[in-house]
Design a protein around this ligand. Structure first.
Ligand code: PLP
Length: 262
């Protein structure tokens, strides 16, 4: 592909600029993709936490998607915060009806690092039914456990079996993020139809990790249109994210855990 790919994020706003739509658009730019954005929710948020969530009405999420889709050829989609079950259903309906062949990365965002709910409890079942309509899901250990209604994996062997169980729910590829496991490396497990790979990068010593999940999933969406395989895009996204974490301490944003430096 010679022109920059067009990447679309469907996600929530983080006014502090570290996570959500803002992180996604910065990631797209950093990786040479043109970014488009459909908002699902506003949050009132700083580096110290979320004080409120204002969801966009689901029918208006769908209207944003249809209006954009009628005009713009989108090469890859990233989905982040969906807030409620009706929004999950609205986006799933859009994927099914209008974007069945599009590359779609789903980051199943549930709870912020500081502990605020970004997805209603009763929306988890709808996220499960979205899985067969996306190309890749990128849960962390806690999100995988909720999706599978199981205990969190505590080692790579446990991650392996949870990645397989997620594929059994109908999603063709899984990147299970094990960054919260103890160890010198940040270890993720990749699983697709060709088998599995353990992806390791040295753990970066920083408290400034706000938005890492958002940035990783949008990096994959930015890279996949120009990559030979999904696994190549995921590995390159993880390498890029490690650099963004190494540069995070150059920034001085807010008094809480700061953002990664895109
Ligand atoms: N706010 C929004 C809008 C998000 O989409 C996300 C995560 O995806 C977060 C906050 C949470 O980011 P973190 O867990 O890095 O604080």
């Amino acid at each position: 592909m010679t022109r920059p790919p067009v990447a679309l994020t469907i996600a929530g706003s983080d006014p502090s600029g570290g996570a959500g739509i803002q992180a996604d658009l910065k990631t797209f730019s950093a990786l040479g993709a043109y970014g488009a954005a459909v908002l699902t929710a506003l949050t009132a948020q700083s580096t110290q936490g979320v004080t409120g969530v204002h969801a966009v009405p689901p029918a208006f999420v769908r209207e944003q998607l249809d209006t954009l889709w009628d005009d713009v050829a989108v090469d890859a989609v990233k989905i982040g915060m969906l807030s409620g079950a009706d929004t999950v259903r609205a986006v799933t309906g859009f994927l099914r009806e209008r974007a069945p062949q599009s590359p779609v990365v789903l980051d199943p965002v549930m709870v912020s690092t500081a502990g605020s709910r970004l997805l209603d409890d009763d929306a988890v079942e709808s996220v499960r039914t979205m899985l067969p309509h996306v190309s890749l899901v990128t849960p962390n250990l806690a999100e995988a456990a909720v999706l599978l209604d199981a205990a969190e994996a505590v080692d790579v062997e446990g991650m392996r079996s949870q990645a397989r169980a997620l594929r059994d729910l109908g999603v063709p590829r899984v990147m299970l993020k094990g960054g919260h496991l103890a160890g010198d490396d940040a270890t993720d497990l990749w699983l697709d139809g060709d088998g599995e790979q353990v992806l390791r990068q040295p753990r970066v010593a920083t408290d400034n990790t706000h938005g890492t999940g958002c940035s990783l999933s949008s990096a994959i969406a930015a890279l996949v249109p120009r990559s030979a395989t999904w696994a190549d895009a995921a590995a390159a996204a993880k390498t890029w994210l490690t650099g963004a974490l190494r540069a995070a301490d150059d920034l001085d944003v807010g008094r809480g855990p700061g953002p990664v430096h895109h």
